[in-house]
Design a protein. Structure first.
Length: 368
């Protein structure tokens, strides 16, 4: 006769069977593993930006010093063939400063020489725009513009103290910018003269196994940064020359200052050049009419195609191997994080980090 099974002897669900019942899918485990790592990286990056935000003027000065060094170092090396290194660096720095001051003097002379003509053409251009807006299909009343002018006058008179304080803060900003530029030039002098010796000294202070890694990373970062700086400088000069010649041929006032604006804006890839040419289109509309403004808009399209499909692939492809989508996202992210400075710094920073990562990964695969 068989006995019924003893409930106490039957296996009870233990921790192991419980874990099997609630087994986590492999995809979810992998996603969770990557998620916490991404969170950790985000926290570190956020902390780094917070620290840099407290010393952003020093960070900007060092960045500009590296840019000046990338531009001046080849010239200093060339002059050093005939002069001592210190004199070669001094001659390169003085020559660069004189070149920049000469360009600013040329822009100021162009603005001063065309001020009267520009004021007359701008006033007549605004009158033309108002008359067109009064005609079909807009049919705006002339009293709208008179009311707008009176409101602007009342706004300025009622906020006179705010305008004065804003102007005074602008003077403070100018002093701040000049201080940063002076510090950047000071750094560039020493970086140009003996920056490689400073880096070797820094690597020698590290533990033995880390010296080679930091040496490879530093060399790769500097090659990428200098390649990007030389490339974007060539792109900016090309854009400025083309824009200046086109605006001069179209008879647009302030062609030289607008060309300089295009030169500066070209350092913000994909976004800066169209913004600068949009300013030129507004000036052309106010002074020369819609036909010339449409020609400038066509120039925006041509310059954009030339920059995106010829200059950037030919000049920057060997230094910056980034997809255009990555470049656009980097510029926007940099602008959101740190304004105009962030937009300028974002692409060379991302390109340098990417190149260093590739170099270190290739070195690790070669050693394994």
């Amino acid at each position: 006769m068989s006995t019924p099974p003893d409930p106490a002897a039957s296996p009870s669900p233990g921790p192991r069977s419980h874990r099997a019942a609630v087994r986590v899918p492999g995809v979810l485990r992998t996603a969770a593993a990557y998620a916490w790592r991404l969170i950790a990286v985000g926290v570190v990056v956020r902390a780094a930006f917070a620290v840099l935000g407290q010393f952003h003027r020093i960070a900007v000065a060092v960045f500009l010093g590296l840019v000046f060094t990338a531009v001046l170092r080849p010239a200093a090396g060339l002059v050093a063939r005939f002069l001592p290194r210190a004199l070669a660096v001094a001659a390169s720095v003085v020559g660069g400063v004189l070149l920049v001051l000469g360009g600013l003097a040329l822009v100021g002379e162009a603005i001063a020489g065309q001020r009267t003509t520009l004021e007359r053409e701008f006033v007549s251009g605004v009158d033309r725009i108002e008359r067109r807006l009064e005609q079909p299909p807009f049919r705006l009343s002339p009293t709208v513009f008179d009311d707008l002018q009176s409101r602007v006058g009342e706004l300025l008179s009622s906020h006179r103290a705010t305008v004065v304080s804003t102007a005074l803060s602008g003077v403070g900003r100018v002093v701040e910018v000049l201080t940063v530029l002076a510090l950047a030039l000071f750094c560039a002098v020493f970086f140009t003269h003996s920056g490689d010796r400073y880096w070797r000294w820094f690597c020698e202070q590290l533990p033995g196994p880390a010296r080679r890694t930091w040496s490879v990373a530093g060399g790769t970062a500097w090659r990428t940064f200098t390649g990007y700086t030389h490339g974007i400088l060539l792109v900016a000069v090309t854009n400025a020359v083309l824009v200046g010649l086109a605006l001069f041929a179209l008879g647009v006032p302030l062609a030289v200052p607008l060309a300089v604006l295009e030169f500066v804006a070209a350092f913000v890839p994909l976004i800066g050049s169209p913004v600068a040419l949009a300013v030129a289109a507004v000036v052309a509309l106010a002074t020369k009419g819609p036909v010339t403004a449409l020609a400038v808009v066509a120039l925006i399209v041509v310059i954009g195609q030339l920059e995106g499909h010829l200059l950037h692939p030919l000049v920057l492809s060997w230094a910056v191997r980034l997809h255009p989508v990555v470049v656009a996202l980097s510029v926007v992210a940099g602008a959101v994080a740190a304004g105009v400075v962030g937009a300028v710094v974002a692409v060379p920073l991302v390109a340098t980090v990417w190149s260093v990562g590739r170099a270190l990964r290739g070195r690790g695969e070669a050693e394994s």
